[in-house]
Write a protein that binds this ligand. Structure first.
Ligand SMILES: C[S@@+](CC[C@H](N)C(=O)[O-])C[C@H]1O[C@@H](n2cnc3c(N)ncnc32)[C@H](O)[C@@H]1O
Length: 329
């Protein structure tokens, strides 16, 4: 089994991913390489909320778990990159999920980066046009070359790197930042955003930094440093009780810590406060419910007023997923 896909999800949600993609059960078609990492002998698998990252595998190299593996991996990479156009910017992304491996991901990356100049290719970490992915697990290396968009997320395994995390405010901020990036959300700087369940204020803080005008709503308290911001209006209120004028907002963001069914009702009620074509970015919190039936039910109800664009269990999501929808009526 050589050609296929390496799929990555949160290890807690492997069974959800398998159900969403209707993955085969036969061991010659589906291998569990590591917690949350699967190899499937298929060329494509379609879309899935619980799929964070994928890359197509063009070569599998059996390893000896000695330093001699490195030149062999470099040789395999040379074959894979031989046909690429000189000047292409390539990111080498390596993940090692094999405890017996005597070298580290940075050693493999170093060896493979060394191959790039031989073909006139440029190493590039942040904005590559091509990714050379390597996953090492169970004494094998799975290698493949693909475009960043095919991989679904920028980093091997779907990890998101947005600088140092310190405290709940910035962790929440990164969750929204990741959602904007993954769903390709672009708003004019002057956009009006309604942020529901805003406290302590990570999402509000991110939106203000983008230059947006934010109406933040929460029964709890917003971080003090945000309160004097000139583009912020803060209602310390239950989201059920606010009455914004029709067609006011370009985006509603909603991270309310409550049962998803109640959140959906509030969002149906507030849909008319969105401008035509306005969007909704929300978390669906599992709170002990089976994730897939819960997401299906939320989606079914939301589709009365919104059209689903995408959903993802983001790197920064825990017991929840993030959905992106657009108002249709
Ligand atoms: C996970 S926190 C939100 C974190 C926030 N996104 C941030 O970036 O800091 C959930 C919030 O939802 C708020 N919440 C729950 N039910 C609410 C309701 N009915 N109306 C307004 N806020 C609500 C809670 O008070 C809590 O502050």
């Amino acid at each position: 089994m050589t050609k296929g896909l390496v799929l990555t999800c949160d290890p807690r949600f492997v069974s959800e991913l398998k159900k969403e993609l209707q993955l085969p059960k036969e061991p010659d078609e589906l291998l569990v390489l590591a917690p949350g990492v699967l190899f499937v002998a298929r060329e494509t698998v379609g879309e899935a909320i619980f799929l964070r990252h994928q890359f197509s595998v063009q070569q599998v190299v059996a390893l000896e778990s000695t330093a001699f593996d490195l030149p062999r991996l470099a040789g395999a990479a040379e074959l894979l990159l031989a046909a690429e156009k000189a000047g292409t910017r390539v990111a080498v992304q390596c993940r090692i999920m094999d405890r017996a491996c005597p070298y580290q991901a940075r050693d493999v990356k170093g060896a493979l980066d060394g191959v790039l100049p031989l073909h006139g290719l440029w190493p590039e970490t942040k904005h590559p046009s091509l990714v050379l992915s390597v996953l090492i697990a169970k004494q094998r290396a799975y290698l493949g070359v693909s475009s960043p968009s095919e991989n679904l997320s920028r980093w091997n395994g779907g990890a998101a790197h947005y600088g140092k995390l310190s405290g709940a405010l910035s962790r929440a901020e990164h969750k929204l930042e990741e959602a904007f990036e993954v769903f390709g959300i672009e708003l004019a700087a002057s956009a009006q955003v309604l942020d529901l369940g805003a406290a302590p204020g990570g999402w509000t803080s991110f939106l203000l930094k983008q230059g947006h005008y934010v109406t933040a709503v929460d029964t709890g308290e917003l971080a003090r440093e945000l309160l004097t911001h000139p583009r912020l209006i803060y209602h310390r209120q239950n989201a059920w009780h606010i009455k914004p004028p029709a067609a006011t907002f370009d985006l509603i963001t909603c991270d309310m810590g409550r049962e998803a069914s109640g959140t959906v009702e509030v969002l149906l009620h507030l849909a008319s406060s969105l401008k035509s074509g306005g969007a909704l970015l929300m978390t669906v919190k599992f709170m002990g419910h089976e994730p897939l039936p819960l997401i299906r039910e939320c989606r079914r109800k939301l589709e009365q007023r919104y059209r689903m664009r995408a959903g993802r269990h983001l790197w920064h999501n825990r017991e929840e997923v993030t959905l992106y929808l657009v108002r249709h009526t």
